[in-house]
Design a protein. Structure first.
Length: 160
């Protein structure tokens, strides 16, 4: 889980001040309606696969890349299910970030079986929606938004 060269360059300019970064997450469901999750090495918690969008990278390409990197599953994004602003996150080294996450519903392109495919995951697997492991409320909400099949993506209304 190294720091991306782009973020490292920004950090050399702004130090540990707040960075607002684009990110993606995948709501990848198998044919049984189970959702793909991975257990993070940094926190030990289960989460939706995802990560930062690289400069010049389309968010849909980023979600495909992130899912493949973390779980060895090839997916195709089918729709945006939500857009989310995370709370500020202070990493152990003192860096402060906040992510704007685009959540994509995805389908498996090849029926790949999930497996740990990088150093960011301790375990990976599909889980029934009524038997999810220890997930944050934010990730449970993203799953709920994706499974509601609303005609429009979830977003927080404007507070002007």
């Amino acid at each position: 889980m190294g720091i991306a060269a782009y973020v490292a360059d920004l950090r050399s300019r702004v130090g540990q001040d707040l960075l607002l970064l684009p990110a993606v997450c995948a709501l990848a469901f198998n044919d049984r309606g189970e959702v793909l999750l991975h257990q993070r090495t940094d926190t030990g918690r289960w989460s939706l696969p995802g990560g930062a969008v690289d400069p010049g990278e389309q968010p849909a390409d980023a979600v495909v890349r992130e899912v493949l990197e973390e779980t060895a599953v090839r997916v195709a994004p089918t729709r945006i299910t939500g857009v989310y602003l995370t709370p500020e996150v202070r990493y152990p080294n003192g860096d402060l970030v906040q992510y704007v996450i685009t959540a994509f519903e995805c389908v498996s392109e090849s029926g790949d079986l999930p497996r740990v495919n990088d150093d960011e995951s301790l375990a990976v697997g599909y889980f029934p929606l009524d038997a999810l492991p220890d997930l944050s409320l934010a990730h449970r909400e993203r799953i709920a938004h994706a499974t509601r099949q609303q005609p429009a993506a979830f977003f927080e209304p404007a507070h002007l």
